[in-house]
Design a protein around this ligand. Structure first.
Ligand code: GA4
Length: 328
């Protein structure tokens, strides 16, 4: 599918618009205020000075690049994605497609180690580096969730982070590789070189919180509530953070889960490493009582993460699945 370029659609509506960049080394109370504002207005922000070591990121990135550089036959040994493992072009189970290949892994060590022999020549090293990355990124995600709870003024400051710290948390790691235009020729794409092709179509993430780190190649865009797509400039030193559906439900709609997509329009290939922070399957998701008032009545009925996940996989990528859980 080809979409008009966000910068050449004849409108200058999106000029000057940018998503918040939050410096985590600033005063804690100010940071939590800025994060809450960003989650309410955009459901999306970038963090800098986040404390995840460059080495941990670089090691994880190298594992991903080495894997995607393998011959196709080798990569397919780590698939098909049902729903975890290696996949190419096909996303989910209901016909969604994109110009992307990916590796989807569950974040617990047992699950990583069962897969790693199909992914790397040195499975023990792969296990070690992925676990290191997962640990660092989970800590950052928990820190951000604690800052959100503080900024919202809820009493139990770890009410959100506890769900993804749980040993049974259903969190995922996803490596996405979007080929450059040149590579796409090998992928037998008949579309013209300079058109904007969909790498990953418009959607919101079902989980609580997503943390994405990419190389220096752009393509990620976030939808504003007026329908304008804002391109996110790539910054390999930052993490992009977005609110997922489960956090929208927990905050009774105060936070918005951000709709986003990725376009492939570059001569360089893009690789992103994405962490999706999710609760355990049996955990209940229901709006925090402190965020339910006479003015803001309860928007969503309680559901388990398992129930939500099942619904997610039964629908298309772009569907607004949280609407099915509304109280009215
Ligand atoms: C979007 C967020 C994560 O990448 C993901 C995706 C999952 C998949 O690629 O298998 C889904 C998609 C995501 C939402 C709707 C369903 C499920 C593809 C799809 C069509 C791993 C996730 O958890 O949900």
């Amino acid at each position: 599918m080809v979409v008009p370029s966000p910068t050449t659609n004849g409108s200058n509506q999106n000029k000057g618009l940018g998503v918040p960049i939050i410096d985590l080394s600033r005063k804690r109370s100010r940071v939590s205020e800025l994060i809450v504002k960003a989650c309410e207005e955009y459901g999306f922000f970038k963090v800098i000075n986040h404390g995840v070591s460059k080495e941990i990121i670089a090691n994880m990135e190298k594992e991903g690049l080495d894997f995607f550089a393998k011959p196709s036959l080798e990569k397919h040994k780590a698939g098909p994605p049902n729903p975890l493992g290696y996949g190419i072009k096909s996303i989910g189970f209901n016909g969604d497609m994109g110009e992307v290949e990916y590796l989807l892994l569950q974040t617990n060590s047992l699950s990583i180690s069962q897969r790693s022999k199909f992914i790397s020549e040195d499975p023990a090293r792969f296990n070690f580096l992925v676990s290191d990355y997962v640990q660092a990124i989970r800590n950052l995600a928990c820190e951000l969730l604690d800052l959100m709870a503080e900024g919202l003024g809820v009493q139990d400051k770890s009410v959100f982070s506890r769900l993804i710290r749980d040993v049974d948390s259903d969190s995922l790691i996803r490596l996405n590789h979007y080929p450059s235009c040149e590579d796409s020729m090998d992928w037998s794409s008949s579309q013209s070189f300079h058109q904007n092709r969909i790498g990953f179509g418009e959607h919101s993430d079902p989980q609580m919180l997503t943390l994405l780190r990419s190389n220096d190649v752009g393509g990620l865009q976030v939808s504003m509530d007026n329908g304008v797509w804002v391109p996110i400039s790539p910054d390999p030193t930052a993490f992009c953070v977005n609110v997922g559906d489960a956090l929208q439900a927990l905050t009774n709609g105060k936070f918005t889960s951000a709709r986003h997509r990725v376009l492939v329009n570059s001569f360089k290939s893009r690789m992103s490493m994405v962490y999706f922070g999710a609760p355990p399957l049996q955990a209940w998701i229901s709006p925090l009582s402190e965020l339910v008032t006479a003015q803001n009545p309860c928007l969503y009925r309680p559901f388990t993460w398992e129930e939500y996940k099942k619904t997610t996989y039964s629908l298309r990528l772009g569907d607004s699945r949280l609407d099915l859980f509304k109280t009215q």
